[in-house]
Design a protein around this ligand. Structure first.
Ligand SMILES: C[S@@+](CC[C@H](N)C(=O)[O-])C[C@H]1O[C@@H](n2cnc3c(N)ncnc32)[C@H](O)[C@@H]1O
Ligand SMILES: Nc1nc2[nH]cc(C(=O)O)c2c(=O)[nH]1
Ligand code: SF4
Ligand SMILES: [Mg+2]
Length: 195
């Protein structure tokens, strides 16, 4: 039986992008094909889990069935497109979830996603998505890599240094005022101190 390398499964609010503030269960896959110096996530540790194991763990939280709401299930990582497959998405749909993925866009996502966020760092193979989320570091001009999206977000890079973060935020806002194709995505979960 197929096993997935899962770093963590937790219930929170989507902190970023268009769906900010909406309840979501996150499945964080371990492993990534990129090594972004600014990455804010430690995704190295993992537990091997079957689909049954994953579905069982989702029952620890409010579910679409218990709440009557199509809660988001957000596949992230690490890089979720390296492991997530059609079967996982289908099963989550059967349980009533809306399924989203946060991806760097280098690998084709599974079929059937309800929402795809691409946050590109190198030229992606994916050429369309629901939202493009480019990390703004104040040094490089934002690059959409030619990807078509419904929404174009700039998300200020969290450097771990509050003074520098403030400067980047200011530059990001000024950039958007001059280039209004973009809009601001904030990491709101960090502001309110949730996962
Ligand atoms: C940890 S990544 C996992 C998903 C996928 N590997 C990706 O990069 O899109 C989740 C989101 O956090 C963003 N991110 C990572 N480090 C960040 C940082 N230091 N500041 C702001 N956003 C960051 C990524 O660009 C991505 O949009
Ligand atoms: N609350 C919350 N929202 C998020 N949206 C994308 C996240 C990610 O790490 O992919 C993330 C995360 O780590 N926490
Ligand atoms: S692609 Fe995503 S998970 Fe991988 S290192 Fe970069 S930000 Fe982190
Ligand atoms: Mg995160």
């Amino acid at each position: 039986m197929k096993e997935y390398r899962i770093n963590e499964i937790f219930y929170s609010l989507q902190g970023e992008g268009r769906n900010t503030g909406q309840a979501a269960v996150f499945i964080r896959f371990s492993g990534c094909n990129l090594h972004c110096t600014f990455c804010d996530t430690d995704f190295t540790e993992y537990t091997l889990m079957t689909l049954d194991d994953i579905m069982r763990q989702l029952e620890d939280f409010p579910t679409p069935q218990s709440t009557g709401v199509a809660i988001w299930c957000i596949l992230t990582g690490g890089e979720p497109s390296l492991q997530a497959d059609d079967q996982l998405v289908e099963l989550l749909h059967q349980r009533g979830y809306r399924v989203a993925m946060e991806s760097n866009g280098t690998h084709r996502p599974p079929n059937g996603l309800d929402w795809l966020t691409v946050s590109p760092k190198i030229q992606p193979t994916v050429n369309q998505c629901d939202e493009l989320k480019v990390i703004f570091d104040g040094k490089q001009l934002p690059n959409d890599f030619g990807i078509k999206a419904h929404y174009y977000y700039l998300q200020p890079c969290d450097t771990g240094n509050s003074k520098l973060n403030q400067r980047i935020m200011h530059q990001c806002i000024e950039y958007i005022k001059q280039h209004p194709k973009w809009q601001l995505s904030l990491q709101t979960h960090k502001m309110v101190g949730i996962a």
